[in-house]
Write a protein that binds this ligand. Structure first.
Ligand code: IPM
Ligand code: MG
Length: 371
């Protein structure tokens, strides 16, 4: 059974890390006969240059027809004018919205071999295993009105934090569902002491929790969560929160393992199916997979970016959208193996330690897969 993968390399290091991830997927495909077919489309800043818009209709169509999509990263100084009508980020936001990818999964699990690279003490970080579920198609990112205007007091601007109960219910349900395969604890994060939208969030989250009495459940305020995330990160299992809180908390959480260059993400929607793969019939769900890091203009073009977050995103894709559990596990094991061997890209290397280029790191993972 073949699988069609839409590839959006994007800008900056996005193109560099995507190339390595695809090469790893091709290696796995040769070994396991997954029937992977890749089709690429330009999005982000490059699409602005080429077509005058960040997310051409062709890219959306490609994703709609695909079993899964991979995205590198978008953006760069060239397209950074705050007053520009077209911005590279519209590609990501548009894909999320158009494909209704409402549940963003960001696993945070520091690798033992790299505990020393975290700015936090090893005893705080060791054993952390958190899955953040960020609501991705609602909240202040998409609420209307969102505009700049001139009023009686001069320049003003407004953004709107809006949620319906249905939007909250479905993403909190995903959190409970995934907690069942983990340590069975859900923490819902809000700002219910101030925001109406958060009071609704808390109410609906509690209703979902009542449907899952076998899962431990708690509410935390987002400011307190920001603190607990670095003071006692091991206490958390699944964390679920609204769009902007999730954006901020996942950058913070990314510092637990020491580098943004290691963290993958999956954005899942509603399109589900089953696939026959690896001798089993597996239920799958369409998703867009991307590293949580950005396009890193400061190092783009130098060939030194860490491709592991993108490679690990591909592993999530194999598992969740293609049902290829064994291939996903092999890819993850290959990444863990190269790190255990002491191989490092620049972001992970200590002072005086040798660092590999993007393609050398990709190659090392492929050699592990072959070996
Ligand atoms: C992320 C990014 C995006 C977001 C940007 C690039 C629009 O920060 O995926 O976390 O804010 O969602
Ligand atoms: Mg972010």
């Amino acid at each position: 059974m073949s699988a069609k993968i839409a590839v959006f390399p994007g800008d900056g290091i996005g193109t560099e890390v995507s190339a390595e991830a695809i090469a790893c997927l091709r290696t796995l495909d040769e070994q396991a006969g997954l029937g992977l077919e890749f089709e690429e489309a330009i999005v982000g800043g490059h699409a602005i240059d080429e077509y005058g818009e960040a997310l051409p209709a062709r890219a959306i169509d490609l994703a709609r027809e695909a079993d899964a999509a991979l995205l590198g990263a978008v953006g760069g100084p060239k397209w950074d004018d705050p007053n520009a009508k077209v911005r590279p980020e519209q590609a990501i936001l548009g894909l999320r919205k158009e494909l209704e990818l409402f549940a963003n999964l960001r696993p945070v699990k520091p690798v033992d071999a790299l505990l020393g690279t975290s700015t936090l003490k090893e005893e705080v970080v060791k054993g952390v295993d958190i899955l953040v579920i960020r609501e991705l198609t609602g909240g202040i990112y998409f609420g209307q009105p969102s505009e700049r205007r001139t009023g009686e007091r001069g320049r003003e601007a407004v953004d709107t934090l809006f949620y319906t109960e249905g939007e909250i219910d479905r993403v909190v349900e995903v959190a409970f569902d995934l907690a069942k395969g983990r340590r069975r604890k859900v923490t819902s994060v809000d700002k219910a002491n101030v925001l109406s939208s958060s009071r609704l969030w808390r109410e609906v989250a509690a209703e979902v929790a009542a449907r899952h009495p076998d899962i431990e459940f708690e509410h935390l305020l987002v400011d307190a969560m920001a603190m607990h995330l670095i003071s006692r990160p091991r206490d958390f299992d699944v964390i679920v929160t609204e769009n902007m809180f999730g954006d901020i908390l996942t950058d913070e959480a990314a510092m637990l393992p020491g580098s943004m260059g290691l963290l993958p993400s999956a954005s899942l929607g509603t399109r589900r199916g089953t696939r026959d793969v690896e001798g089993a019939s597996r239920s799958v769900i369409f998703g867009l997979y991307e590293p949580i890091h950005g396009s890193a203009p400061d190092i783009a073009g130098k060939g030194i970016a860490n491709p592991l977050a993108m490679i690990l995103s591909s592993a999530m894709m194999l598992r969740t959208s293609l049902g290829a559990e064994a291939a996903a596990a092999r890819l993850e094991a290959a990444v863990a193996g190269v790190l255990a061997d002491g191989l490092r890209t620049g972001d992970l290397a200590g002072p005086g330690e040798k660092s590999l280029s993007t393609s050398e790191m990709g190659q090392a993972v492929r050699e592990r897969l072959a070996g």
